[in-house]
Design a protein around this ligand. Sequence first.
Ligand SMILES: Nc1ncnc2c1ncn2[C@@H]1O[C@H](COP(=O)(O)OP(=O)(O)OP(=O)(O)O)[C@@H](O)[C@H]1O
Ligand SMILES: [Mg+2]
Length: 624
Amino acid sequence: MSQSKTGEEEDFQSSGIQLTTWKRLAQFSRAYPRTLWTLAFFAVTTGATETAFPLVTKYLIDAITLWQKDTTAPAPEFGGYILAYAGLTLGLSFSVWGFIRAAGFLKAACASDIRREGFAKLQSLEFAYYDKRATGWLMSRLTSDCERLSNIMAWGLLDVTWAFTFLIGAAGIMLALNWKLALWVLTVTPLLLFVSRFFQKRLLTASRKIRKINSTITADFNESIMGVTTTKVFTRQEANQEEFDGKANQMFEASVRNAVLSSMYLPIILTLGSLAAAIALIKGGIEVSIGVISLGTLVAFLSYTRQLFEPLQQLAHIFSELQMAQASGERIVELLETEPAIFDSEEVLARKRQQAERPTPNMADDGLPTGVGDIHFEKVNFHYGATKGKEPKMVLNDIDMTIKKGETIALVGATGGGKTTFISLLCRFYEPTAGRILIDGVPMKDRSLSWLQSEFGIVLQDPHLFSGTVMENIRYGRLEATDEQVLEAAHLVGATPFINKLKNAFLFEVGEGGSRLSAGERQLVSFARALLKDPSVLVMDEATSHIDTETEHHIQKGLTHILKDRTCFVIAHRLSTIENADRILVVHEGRIVEEGTHASLMKLGARYSSLHAHQSLTASNETW
Ligand SMILES: Nc1ncnc2c1ncn2[C@@H]1O[C@H](COP(=O)(O)OP(=O)(O)OP(=O)(O)O)[C@@H](O)[C@H]1O
Ligand SMILES: [Mg+2]
């Protein structure tokens, strides 16, 4: 699997069927042994009843012919035949009911289990995994791939069992009735199978291609709707239209090719089926006339040959489906088998179990003290995952420092310097590539992830809100918080005035991703959310970048109260907001190049002071 973000083009990669993939996937259906047996049972009974019908017809015809020849003989027992037909019909209906039910259940159960396991996996995987995978890619794993696989797992199994039962039953009966004639008729079978495979494979490839073009067309629609402002601003309408016309044409041509192919398939299959019937009719007819076989046997042969191509077609179809679904299967298995790179070690898990069974009071869930005191970065280096053929670029170099409990640390510096990366390591979203981070002398790796997450409150530059009300979004920080506590958190960050202006105030629906709020309002809500959690360490990455200076001033006033007894990390481009920080770190190209208070750094007269001078100048220009 390549390191770059991968997309749907992989659909065409795998052609061979690999048993390991399907064995892993079969675990999902094997979780329902009763359903599997029920499904197999009904598939067999369906096939068996279907093969029995022509046999009953044969005996009936033979009995009638015999009676016609010799009228003195007793009349055939019509009642018995009617009963046999009725019995078979009932049996068939019952079997069909049974298999539809079982297959439907199995499909739904497998789909839901794959989704559940995939979702759980996605939740446990670290950020680095998401860096390598596009959102759309991950979404289609849990939607279309999952749908395709669960379908094959349930209906494929049914079709294969049914087809084999019917083929074996029909071939067996024909061989038993007259093996020579049977061999004649069965010579067509391989040909039928071959032709079916040939067409099915091409038909499926063609339809996948159509789906692929279709998905790019959908993406185009999506992009053009989302980017309508940009398109208009750059007067790109005509160029966009041309591009789109090209794709629409491709779609049209591929669809026509597909239609031509499928128009040829059925007639050819029907002709071959008729060929088998013709062989049976000619060979069998001659044998009937010379009295080698009975008329009933001939009719049964005709009936079997006419039905023979259906299971063959099914088998060919399933085989192509399996081949096409191989890529889906591999992708799902890859997702399910990925082990998270950041996880609780065995030792941490053992401590967690012990704490859950025999809790030591006032300790965290991993049995160690709660609360975050001093944080120590010990010779920390970091780079993001390497891209193919390129040496990874170091993003953080030799970070070696201690942050005292309750300190407010500001990180400033040019874009891309490594500030966000610094706090990502601090929150253990990523692991240092060298060195380590200790909390109160304990390596971060030896603490539980759940404890760590409970101690850190994070406000990001572009925070994500969930669909729901403002109240629900703030409460996300601490689910058991009372309404009063939610209101207080909102008040502390100065969000109350804007919330009260919304329709329904705290019960305002923020829309998908918070899209019905402005960027600054989203930041305020996420600020309140982080605060409600009452974290030991508060991390703010450009948390006030979208907020106007007046509101920011209000937050600043509240901040003294908020920051009391908390360690705090603030990243800000607007330097005026961090002048009061206990320590300012100037991060440049992955290194901390200056460190000190505002006053000391200004006195130093290096990078910080020049950044500051620059901003003051811009700010005074803006007031013009
Ligand atoms: N997920 C990622 N995968 C690969 N490289 C990344 C990733 N995130 C950041 N980088 C790179 O790491 C470097 C540091 O990025 P970082 O986000 O830490 O900068 P920053 O100081 O926060 O910048 P800004 O002020 O613009 O927010 C940049 O060169 C960036 O391109
Ligand atoms: Mg950043």
